[in-house]
Design a protein. Structure first.
Length: 75
């Protein structure tokens, strides 16, 4: 389930910031990294992600944050 959520989170983050995904492997990597970033952010803000939908939301927020930071360094 962790991998499926990672792929979906990476895809959603790509759609939000870029308008398209990064391919299956790219979405998976971005989603997995986003999961850890999202967990850190949610713990810092004392928020809880409950269930599959909560995990997807947390991972997507983390993936968007990760991609946003990567775009800042890319410029």
């Amino acid at each position: 389930m962790f991998i499926i959520i990672g792929i979906l989170a990476g895809f959603l983050a790509g759609k939000i910031l870029r308008g398209k995904g990064y391919g299956l492997i790219g979405n998976l990597v971005i989603g997995l990294i986003g999961s850890y970033v999202g967990e850190f952010l949610f713990n810092t803000l004392n928020l809880n992600a409950i269930g599959t939908l909560g995990s997807l939301l947390m991972s997507t927020v983390g993936a968007v944050a990760f991609l946003f930071i990567m775009q800042l360094f890319k410029r």
